[in-house]
Design a protein around this ligand. Sequence first.
Ligand code: UDP
Length: 236
Amino acid sequence: MLEKKEQLYEGKAKKVFATNDPDLVIVSYKDDATAFNGAKKGTIAGKGVVNNRMSNFLMEKLEKEGIPTHYVKELSERETAVKKVSIVPLEVIVRNIAAGSLSKRLGIPEGTPMKRTVIEYCYKCDALDDPMVNEYHILAMEYCTEEELKTIAYLALKINAFLVKYFASINVELVDFKLEFGKTRDGKIVLADEISPDTCRFWDATTHEKLDKDRFRRDMGGVEDAYREMMKRVLG
Ligand code: UDP
């Protein structure tokens, strides 16, 4: 029986607890929402439940596709047992359609399809505002090894190929998303963190209506409804 022990960490959207198994931790999803590196704060009622259940559902599917993840077992609406990993300090961003910071940086309208999938890396550091880095920075700063970076890029593209197809089947365009990877005690790279409307841009494929955290970031209203709609489409 897995026992929940002391809190190890509290992040912006999740808490992490130790357990009686040294290789497992329990993540607990909160309704707290932040944007722009914590400058904007709020709550999205029910978000923790949506993100926990959706992320677990997708990680189970990815595991079946041969992608290693941290997912172990859903314990309740908001809590999940996951493998304890050390997080590679990178946000791995995958883009299929221009939006957000890429549209701004390169001056291309949101909604422009990318001719090839784009991967970007940001160094996870709140104090520096998660600066974008390239492969050279990552290796020079030793955020991970060259082999780990190859694995991360390979897995990110494989995850994207699967998710694009999956979301298309529920009439959702997967515009872009952020992944985080972790290293298990035995050195294996696995997908960690979450896949949810907090970390992905989802557009309805017919109306192009936004069904993700951009509704919160941009004060568009209908935030809870968008999360609920995504949960309905994914989990039925
Ligand atoms: N993203 C995220 N956490 C971050 C930054 C980005 O989950 O700290 C996700 C975001 O939801 C989007 C994708 O990564 O799906 C690309 O985000 P972008 O670089 O355009 O940044 P934003 O416009 O969200 O600031």
